[in-house]
Design a protein around this ligand. Structure first.
Ligand SMILES: *[C@@H]1O[C@H](CO)[C@@H](O)[C@H](O)[C@H]1NC(C)=O
Ligand SMILES: *[C@@H]1O[C@H](CO)[C@@H](O)[C@H](O)[C@H]1NC(C)=O
Ligand SMILES: *[C@@H]1O[C@H](CO)[C@@H](O)[C@H](O)[C@H]1NC(C)=O
Ligand SMILES: *[C@@H]1O[C@H](CO)[C@@H](O)[C@H](O)[C@H]1NC(C)=O
Ligand SMILES: CC(=O)N[C@H]1CO[C@H](CO)[C@@H](O)[C@@H]1O
Length: 632
């Protein structure tokens, strides 16, 4: 399986970065010569081949693009320039987590780089391209000025390199998490290199990676493990990812210095020791484990990533798909006692989705069912889509998604956001990951496998796929999840290939039609329906996924539950701050959409999609009595 993953990565790279000099390609061919040519595991299409159609999803994308295209570059460069002894160009400094005295300032800018790159890749928006390229050019100047600033070659950050000395000597006392910030810059540079063919992003990144190598090579095992006791983001992820670039295998050894034994050992043994750990410190390491599995084929890495995913999804996840309370994992199954204002940190779910798509690629020759993407859809729709303020032109976000009775988005504890993010005064971690989430809504809809003989449809998002290898264009049109049906139209070249459509575990009675004729193959919830035929232009596939009301009980209390209609978690319009009791038998659907009414706490409440509950007080979990009515 590992070798498949590795080969597939190699294939993706060789199509998107072909220009990267003949020497790279020559060295790759020999380095990967032993890999068997059986790329059966699904790979996402390059972002440049998928774009969103107008929809609720694209509204989110547009709001974030407004911000990405208007934010001041000089303000984002302020701390880098100051630290590397260049003029700050009279820009105003930022506040919040990018203030000049905030310990891990410049943790945010890498997310902007990634988001500009995603924007350009998917929409070909020249403003995004020139911002990414221009920003990298300014970062390169900062890095080039290291001799004057007294920094080692390759160093690039908004805080002094001495923070790393303090980190290594375990004397860092200011709350800085220096590798966490550096990881993000590196990940952003890799995206700009990969998606915009920027050789300058490549050079700045490779110099940074070289700096990490020199710095960490000096430490023996125990002192390095001590360093890993401080949050370090996905340093193993970015370096393992870099090692998969043709010609860059040497970074794998550097990535492996960031294998954190205290966290990895119990996971490898499938022991859930997550309780009490800072959640978002861990998830990026697991993504790194999945990447290291792609790079090495070592089963232990897969086990770490897979066990962590399973534990988190099954034992530590709220009904909306998010995890953590006050940023920490709680005991397995503990949900009912942890419904506060500080539940479900945004970053954790952003990272869980990255982990999910990695695992899907590594583990889905087709026979593991739809579990990975059932979770992906659930968390994206019910946590992250509504994490963005739909009433804000710049698409600002909330840090936590509160789940206490009568909660309201954008109203959390002051230390974790307090309200919605702002243009220049917040710059929290979740604002950074939110930029990426809302510019890569297209990246996991479609996958391909089997040398382009199979197309996987994982998400029902209105979009266009340009399947370049086959000369085929797929248009997906739907108002799902408001409507239960999606329509895929095939255009372009004729050919024989296989269409695999996710039939979610929550549906029953799903039906597929091809050109109006009922498809008689297996259409079973929790599996992919496989449609193999000679496709021609104009072919149309409709997929109907009937929805009904379901209960999502808290793991530790069956009488406390959230409600969902099909994939959509429902929220009640309610500001009662004590847990209301909802009489399940009173639930009624209003019209054909996602609106319901019920009696809760003796009053009639309106329920609707939680992802739309951004401007009113809501209830997600209820004390429930009775049972769901039939036929709704
Ligand atoms: C998003 O912006 C694009 C470009 O301005 C526009 O064509 C599209 O209609 C917008 N989508 C939505 C859903 O508003
Ligand atoms: C990057 O280079 C590849 C190969 O030459 C090309 O197909 C792709 O369109 C380029 N992408 C961009 C954004 O320039
Ligand atoms: C869903 O869309 C289909 C196709 O456009 C339409 O026939 C159907 O009536 C819609 N259903 C609802 C509940 O709106
Ligand atoms: C929620 O309820 C309040 C008062 O009962 C009402 O004014 C408001 O429009 C409702 N909002 C939604 C989205 O149903
Ligand atoms: C986690 C898991 O169950 N993975 C399985 C997915 O399917 C492949 C192929 O059948 C198995 O080898 C994996 O064990």
């Amino acid at each position: 399986m590992a070798l498949r993953g590795r080969l597939a990565h190699h294939l993706v790279w060789s199509t998107t970065t072909f220009y990267l000099t003949i020497a790279f390609l020559a060295s790759t061919t020999s380095a990967h010569a032993a890999v068997p040519n059986t790329p059966t595991s699904p790979q996402p299409f390059p972002m440049s081949q998928v774009s969103l159609l107008p929809s609720r999803w694209q509204e989110n994308e547009n709001r974030t693009l407004n911000y990405l295209k208007s934010v001041s570059l000089d303000r984002l460069l302020y701390n880098f320039r100051l630290n590397h002894r260049l003029s700050t160009q009279n820009a105003a400094p930022n506040r919040g987590w990018d203030a000049p005295d905030f310990p891990f300032r410049t943790h945010m800018q890498g997310h902007f780089l990634s988001a500009w790159a995603y924007c350009y890749a998917s929409t070909r928006d020249e403003v995004c391209r020139s911002r990414a390229i221009g920003f990298v050019a300014e970062l390169a100047k900062c890095q080039a000025n290291n001799p004057s600033a007294g920094f080692s070659p390759g160093y690039l950050s908004g805080f002094p390199e001495s923070e790393f000395t303090a980190l290594e000597q375990r004397t860092l006392k200011n709350g800085n998490v220096p590798y966490y910030a550096v990881h993000k810059t590196m990940a952003g540079l890799l995206d700009v290199w990969r998606l915009l063919n920027s050789t300058q992003a490549r050079d700045v990144l490779l110099a940074m990676a070289g700096w990490v190598d020199v710095r960490t090579a000096k430490l023996s095992y125990a002192p390095m493990q001590a360093v890993l006791g401080t949050e370090f983001g996905g340093m193993n992820d970015i370096l393992a990812d870099l090692s998969l670039v043709p010609g860059q295998t040497k970074w794998l050894a550097v990535a492996q210095r960031f294998d954190h034994a205290a966290v990895f050992d119990p996971l490898a043994a499938n022991k859930d020791q997550l309780s009490g750990l800072h959640a978002n410190t861990q998830v990026p390491k697991w993504i790194g484990a999945a990447k290291s599995y792609s790079a090495t084929g070592t089963a232990r890495y897969f086990d770490i990533a897979h066990n962590a995913w399973k534990m988190t999804v099954q034992e530590h996840t709220y009904a909306i798909g998010g995890n953590s309370q006050a940023e920490h994992f709680r005991p397995p199954g503990a949900i009912a006692g942890y419904l506060g204002k500080d539940t479900a940190e945004g970053c954790n779910t952003y990272n869980m989705l990255k982990l999910t798509r990695e695992l899907f690629s590594l583990d889905s020759a087709g026979d593991n069912g739809t579990g990975y993407f059932d979770y992906y859809e659930h968390a994206l729709l019910n946590h992250l889509l509504g994490q963005q303020n739909a009433g804000d032109k710049h698409g600002h976000i909330t840090y936590f998604t509160p789940l206490n009775p009568g909660a309201k988005r954008g109203v959390g504890p002051a230390w974790g956001g307090g309200t919605w993010s702002t243009d220049y005064d917040s710059f929290w971690c979740c604002q950074g990951t939110g930029l990426e989430t809302n510019t890569k809504l297209m990246d996991s809809i479609y996958f391909f496998s089997g040398e382009d003989k199979t197309l996987w449809v994982n998400l029902f998002t209105p979009s266009v796929l340009k399947w370049e290898k086959r000369g085929v264009v797929i248009r997906q049109e739907t108002s799902y999840p408001v409507n239960d049906t999606t329509r895929l139209t095939v255009e372009g070249k004729e050919g024989s290939w296989e269409l695999r459509v996710r039939i979610p575990g929550w549906t029953s009675g799903a039906e597929i039609q091809v050109n109006g004729v009922r498809f008689e193959g297996v259409v079973r919830p929790g599996q992919y329906a496989v449609i193999k035929r000679e496709w021609k232009a104009g072919d149309m596939v409709t997929v109907q996924l009937p929805m009904k009301l379901r209960l999502l009980p808290a793991n530790d209390n069956p009488n406390l539950a959230a409600l969902a209609y099909g994939p959509v978690v429902l929220a009640g319009n309610s500001s009662s701050t004590t847990m209301p009791t909802l009489a399940l038998g009173s639930l009624r659907r209003v019209g054909n959409g996602l609106e319901f009414t019920a009696t809760a706490g003796g009053k009639t409440v309106r329920l609707g999609a939680f992802y739309e509950a951004w401007d009113y007080n809501y209830n997600v979990y209820w004390a429930v009595s009775g049972s769901l009515p039939g036929g709704v």
